[in-house]
Design a protein around this ligand. Structure first.
Ligand code: DP6
Length: 342
């Protein structure tokens, strides 16, 4: 949709988080959030985030949490949002699409994601903003790959939200636009569920941005980069052929490998807790005894994502509800980020 061609500039975009099956960890360029390797994720349908933008004389941000309460913006978060806007203008200029783009914007973010639950809210927020900034262009509408780039320069994993279903973030060449999303299969191809078990609501001490920047200090990082092309191929094949066992093997291998890199970087990052390890052990036992199609994966926190088929969902949900002192969320394969109204 081309907002500027109609002279209308209020844009609302919507997006949701994604959960990686082949993880993104480490950059080849931290400032531009160009990943060191390809990654692949399932876009989720829940919880959602909306971002509303309009032209302004100064750059302003207002943000409301899942309860509708306004959250004060801290300096670091303001700077990150401002840098994303500046890089977005830079990218639009580099592809000849900067005509009519306002100098500044006023942003309102309404997040449906409770804080510190181990669901990447930055992916949902920055993919909303990428989508909204893309809709500001006056000329030919941006491609989904270009929208993915606008999202990625705000948060690496957000680049995987510009398509629905199962999306790879792939490196192609050099420069600001040299990593973007590619749809592997769409949201109708294979419905999977993500039963999310949250053992702790503590805010993490070290965020992903700082963690990525130190990934290369791990002696295991080089080997990880060498293994990823094979894992990507296996994961893509498993998704295309709906081979759950293959998907389970490769995604668990990759998640555990990413956590070993985190644990061995300097300073080390330990995101997994005793509760995470206990949940993993118990789900492995249950999967074997009850022949369930379920896999586990963890991002930068102790939260366990149990991804399962429709047939195994009931048993996995029951297992999740039985976990003491944990909060459970349910999501499933979802759609791309989109414009709600202009
Ligand atoms: C562990 O996309 O959150 O969730 O670019 O700093 O926002 P920033 O990093 P982010 O990194 C995601 C890391 C991960 C794995 C993944 O989602 O692939």
């Amino acid at each position: 949709m081309l907002a500027a061609s109609f002279g209308i500039f209020m844009i609302t975009a919507q997006s949701s988080p994604n959960i990686a099956l082949i993880k993104y960890w480490g950059n080849r360029d931290d400032a531009l959030r160009l990943p060191a390797a390809d990654s692949l994720s399932m876009v989720l349908d829940f919880p959602t985030v909306q971002a509303h933008i309009e032209p302004a004389t100064t750059f302003t941000v207002r943000s409301y949490d899942h309860a509708g309460i306004e959250k004060p913006q801290n300096e670091a978060s303001m700077q990150r949002l401002k840098k994303h806007w500046e890089l977005s203008k830079q990218f639009l200029e580099s592809i000849g699409q900067s005509q009519g783009i306002p100098q500044e914007v006023s942003i309102t973010i309404r997040s449906g994601i409770p804080p510190a639950i181990g669901i990447a809210s930055s992916a949902a927020v920055f993919s909303c903003l990428g989508e909204a900034y893309g809709a500001l262009v006056k000329g030919k509408a941006l491609t989904r790959e270009q929208v993915s780039i606008l999202s990625r320069i705000g948060s690496g994993s957000a680049g995987r939200n510009s398509f629905g279903g199962y999306v790879a973030l792939k490196n192609h060449g050099e420069g600001i636009g040299s990593a973007y999303g590619r749809q592997i299969v769409d949201e109708h191809h294979w419905l999977l569920h993500d039963i999310i078990i949250v053992p702790s609501r503590e805010e993490k001490k070290v965020g992903s941005t700082e963690g990525h920047a130190l990934a290369s200090t791990s002696p295991l990082f080089k080997e990880r980069l060498e293994q990823i092309p094979r894992r990507m191929r296996e994961c893509i094949d498993a998704l295309q052929t709906k081979d759950f066992e293959k998907l389970q093997r490769v995604s668990e291998e990759d998640a555990l490998d990413m956590h070993r890199v985190m644990q061995t970087q300097t300073p080390p990052l330990e995101y997994l807790s005793d509760a995470t390890h206990r949940i993993i052990r118990d789900i492995e036992k249950l999967r074997k005894s009850d022949k369930l199609d379920v896999l586990y994966t963890m991002d930068a926190g102790p939260t366990v994502h149990l991804i399962c088929t429709e047939d195994s969902r009931g048993a996995v949900e029951t297992f999740a509800q039985q976990q003491k002192d944990c909060i459970v969320f349910k999501a499933k394969t979802g759609n791309a980020s989109s414009i709600k109204n202009i």
